[in-house]
Design a binder for this molecule. Structure first.
Ligand SMILES: NC(=O)c1ccc[n+]([C@@H]2O[C@H](COP(=O)([O-])OP(=O)(O)OC[C@H]3O[C@@H](n4cnc5c(N)ncnc54)[C@H](O)[C@@H]3O)[C@@H](O)[C@H]2O)c1
Length: 479
């Protein structure tokens, strides 16, 4: 269910599916014939919900089914209801507990804006359901406490869907580090660049208000911090951050002399930063045709006033085990991808990923969105789309470590993640990569972003233990 004009270049590529490697795709037992299907409710029926709805009405329909919708916007519910077998009961978030009881919901899938995750998970657990929650787990230390308390008091289950762990290139780096080939890790350098198509999108939507998303250090980087935590098998201890809003937003635009801007992309004409919701039937149905219910605009100009998140961020993070992380995120790059270098006592690993090499403009000066669906970007010789993992030990030449094929979006991670979410009780054997994540992994990931946000304000290093997260990150015990 990915949009043909998805701004995110990690959306599933067009073309024939690749053959996944047995190494990255777990094996599952057949579903026992008489087993009832698990009852799910989708809470937050926007863009991301589509992936879960597609899974439960398609590949995983034999193990689970959607029994109710929950969203404040009836038009977005209606869009999915039509696709999933019309007539499922619909609830507003205020009636979450009633929905769980009336529809005997066993698990809620939380795909609402980030700021609502903690409240919804807390209430769902206390009403007797388990939760599958999208990243970030929450945006604040209070949210972490709410969820850790609810888990401790109810004993219910929270699954964090960290799909990046399932991308084979990221799994391969974990394999290299865990094998001891580069020795004990002493430091990691991690740079992530979002291009002006994908990056700008965070400045058009609810994410542009830090109160909704925690800023990109929570909303986006929690993926990246989770990867580092997982690669190292360690927990963050102290964070220093610097950064600001330097490209998007009205003030940066004025300083660069961008002149008058449209207040929204739809109908704005030829502009590489404008998104016209009418050009994609899915975006039109989910957002433009749903506006009259809640006034939410999905296509605000990224240079319009009201942006309270950063677009350039740099961090220093100390890990409990002694390694350090230098991290940066830029949201207005001409290409998209990331580089990770891991220094160890016996050598070094280097992961290089180009997800989109450049953005083309059409004759009218509008960004051509198609490259997101093009797997082989042969048109760019200098920066071809690729994943490359090099490993080099002392006194030896660099070697390329093979990265197996994945399936689906987010670097081949989404489809494997969905198998693990919906069929995990049928899994044959443990995952040597330890990819399944729970609420504690979610807290560990957002801890870095929450500490970084405090550091941005205080301009001082912040100890994670002082955040009041309600849990010891290393032991998982309540504090
Ligand atoms: N893992 C990934 O790669 C990935 C990708 C995209 C989005 N996400 C996450 O998925 C979540 C949803 O993002 P999206 O892009 O679908 O946003 P969206 O705006 O398209 O959808 C959010 C939906 O939640 C609804 N909503 C608003 N307030 C609510 C409330 N109080 N309770 C329940 N629902 C409410 C909105 O009406 C909307 O339908 C976010 O947490 C985001 O971080 C994750």
């Amino acid at each position: 269910m990915s949009s043909p004009i998805d701004q995110n270049p990690t959306a599933p590529p067009a073309g024939p599916p690749k053959t996944p490697s047995a190494q990255v795709v777990p094996q599952f037992e057949a579903v026992p014939a008489d087993r009832p299907r698990r009852r799910y409710a989708v809470v937050g029926t926007g863009h991301r919900a589509g992936m879960y709805i597609g899974a439960l009405t398609g590949e995983h329909a034999d193990v689970g089914r959607i029994v109710a919708w929950c969203d404040p916007n009836p038009a977005r519910i209606g869009y999915y209801d039509q696709q999933a077998g019309p007539g499922l009961p619909a609830y507003t978030p205020g009636d979450l507990e009633r929905m769980i009881q009336e529809q005997a919901v066993e698990t809620v899938i939380v795909t609402s804006p980030d700021v609502h995750h903690a409240g919804l998970v807390d209430r769902a657990l206390r009403a007797g359901a388990d939760a599958v929650v999208e990243k970030p787990l929450t945006t604040t230390a209070e949210g972490c406490r709410l969820i850790t308390d609810a888990v401790a008091e109810t004993g219910r289950d929270v699954v964090m869907t960290f799909n990046y762990r399932y991308a084979p290139r990221n799994s391969s780096l974990r394999e290299v580090i865990a094998s001891g080939r580069i020795g004990t890790v002493t430091s990691i350098h991690f740079e992530w660049v979002l291009d002006t198509l994908h990056g700008a999108d965070y400045f058009r939507r609810w994410h542009r208000d830090k109160a909704n998303s925690g800023g990109l250090l929570v909303h986006k980087s929690s993926h990246h911090f989770d990867l580092v935590n997982w690669w190292l098998g360690d927990v963050p201890q102290r964070v220093y951050a610097t950064g600001g809003l330097r490209f998007y937003g009205d003030q940066a635009a004025q300083q660069r002399g961008l002149g008058e801007r449209p207040d929204r992309g739809t109908g704005a004409g030829n502009d590489p930063f404008s998104l016209d919701l009418r050009e994609d039937p899915r975006l039109k149905a989910l957002y433009l045709d749903a506006e009259h219910h809640d006034g939410y605009r999905r296509d605000v100009d990224p240079f319009a006033p009201g942006v309270s998140i950063e677009d350039n961020m740099s961090l220093l993070v100390e890990y409990a085990g002694g390694a350090s992380l230098t991290y940066s995120l830029n949201a207005h790059s001409p290409w998209e991808g990331y580089r990770v270098t891991v220094n160890g006592t016996r050598g070094r690993a280097e992961l290089d990923v180009v997800e989109r090499s450049h953005i083309d403009l059409d004759e009218q000066g509008r960004a051509v969105l198609d490259p997101s669906a093009t797997p082989d970007d042969a048109s760019d010789d200098l920066r071809p789309q690729r994943d490359r993992l090099l490993v080099q030990t002392h006194w030896a030449r660099a070697e390329e470590y093979p990265i197996p094929d994945g399936i689906g979006g987010h670097g081949g991670g989404d489809a494997i993640l969905l198998k693990d979410v919906f069929r995990r009780d049928l899994r044959i054997g443990d995952d040597p990569l330890g990819r399944a994540a729970g609420h504690l992994d979610g807290v560990r990931a957002v801890a870095v972003g929450i500490a970084a946000n405090r550091s941005l304000t205080s301009r001082l290093p912040v100890d994670v233990a002082d955040l009041g997260l309600g849990v010891d990150l290393a032991t998982g015990k309540s504090v």
